[in-house]
Write a protein that binds this ligand. Structure first.
Ligand code: NAD
Length: 332
């Protein structure tokens, strides 16, 4: 198949390179100039797995303004707050027969995709696959080859021939896809999962295993899960796991599968980038409000993450001001 990856960050590179290695024609489209410059200068992307075997992989790279091809499918891996701008810049090459697929975290992206693609061309999912962009042109695939897994569903909940072709290619790339026919439930189950792990590990800047091994991890997780499940029940969303299964998945993922991993939200926080918390805990809280349920804990956590972002921005400004003063003093 012919794919164009919209967003060549950590996950865009992970999916795109594995699909390329499985024999597909893949082009990456990105907008972050230092990343684009580095990839061009190196002649590709440095790829490691679990910090080892760092090697150069050649990729085809374009910007929204230079891309001019006709892929079967676009795969979107931007951060939620970047998506609207990417879509606007890429709109000139979208065609009605093309599909849009994404496994972005959080919620808010589907409505944006619907502004450019028909409902029967939108496939979305969730990825339990961890990847870190060390810096421009340098990506680290966490976990052994084939260790991750993912879910996918059609917005129409009716898988067609293209859905099965995509499934087969993801399967060949060892992404371990599961195809469901419960669109909202599949996506929301992962949003709720992330509302515990991503948010708490980011706030305390800890690895997932440290959270999982904490003796009150169950209580912390359960409070957030209960609130979110109460809201989904009111919203008529059937989640793909029960509350107890979600708690068991949290426990397994943090203590056994990925104890040494920092969630992707943490990567944003430490790089002083805005987090996706408004699209995760904030989305759950908003859904609660629509159904007359005040999600006190999710609202509190969303505000705490913003407090942390604010604190880091102040610290960064103080560091930048001090560096500027030193540079001026040296010049004088
Ligand atoms: P990413 O931040 O690595 O890349 C997204 C975009 O941001 C790319 O265009 C990239 O070039 C750009 N970018 C990266 N660093 C930047 C910087 N310092 N300044 C400016 N631009 C920068 O994002 P990702 O981790 O690939 O995540 C994409 C989506 O997938 C998100 O919704 C995320 O929550 C989700 N997700 C991520 C992981 C993971 O392990 N990384 C796992 C599952 C889902």
């Amino acid at each position: 198949m012919k794919f164009a990856m919209i967003g060549a960050g950590a996950m865009g590179l992970r999916y795109g390179i594995l699909l390329q290695e499985a024999g597909n024609d893949v082009t990456f489209i990105d907008t972050w100039q230092p990343h684009i410059d580095k990839i061009r200068e190196q002649g590709g992307v440095y790829v490691s797995r679990d910090h080892e075997d760092r090697h150069l992989t050649e990729i085809k790279l374009e910007t929204p303004e230079t891309y001019d091809d006709d892929p079967d499918m676009y795969i979107f891996f931007t951060k939620q707050m970047q998506l609207a701008d990417f879509l606007k810049r890429c709109a000139h090459f979208f065609k009605p027969n093309q599909y849009a697929f994404t496994c972005m975290n959080g919620m808010g992206h589907i409505e944006k995709l619907q502004q450019y693609f028909a409902d029967d061309k939108i496939i979305a999912g969730t990825a339990l696959i961890a990847t870190v962009l060390n810096g421009p042109g340098d990506v680290d695939f966490m976990g052994k080859r084939g260790a991750g897994k993912m879910n996918m569903a059609n917005l129409t909940e009716k898988p067609d021939e293209m859905t099965h072709r995509l499934f087969d290619e993801l399967d060949k790339a060892q992404m371990h896809p599961t195809l469901t026919t419960n669109f909202k439930g599949t996506l929301m189950t992962k949003v709720i999962f992330n509302s515990v792990i991503n948010t708490l590990c980011t706030l305390f800047e800890i690895q997932m295993g440290e959270f999982g091994n904490f003796d009150k991890a169950y209580d912390l997780g359960r409070q957030l899960i209960d609130e979110a499940y109460d809201i989904c029940e009111r919203a008529g969303i059937t989640l793909v796991s029960t509350r107890d299964e979600e708690m068991a998945a949290l426990d397994h993922n943090t203590r056994i599968d990925m104890p040494l991993h920092y969630p992707s939200m943490y990567q944003d926080m430490i790089h002083d980038r805005p987090t996706e918390v408004d699209y995760i805990n904030g989305y759950i809280a908003e859904l609660g409000r629509e159904h007359h349920y005040e999600a006190h804990t999710h609202i509190f956590l969303t505000n705490l993450v913003h407090l942390s972002e604010y604190h880091r921005a102040n610290e960064k400004k103080a560091r930048d001001d001090a560096a500027e003063k030193t540079a001026a003093a040296l010049k004088a």
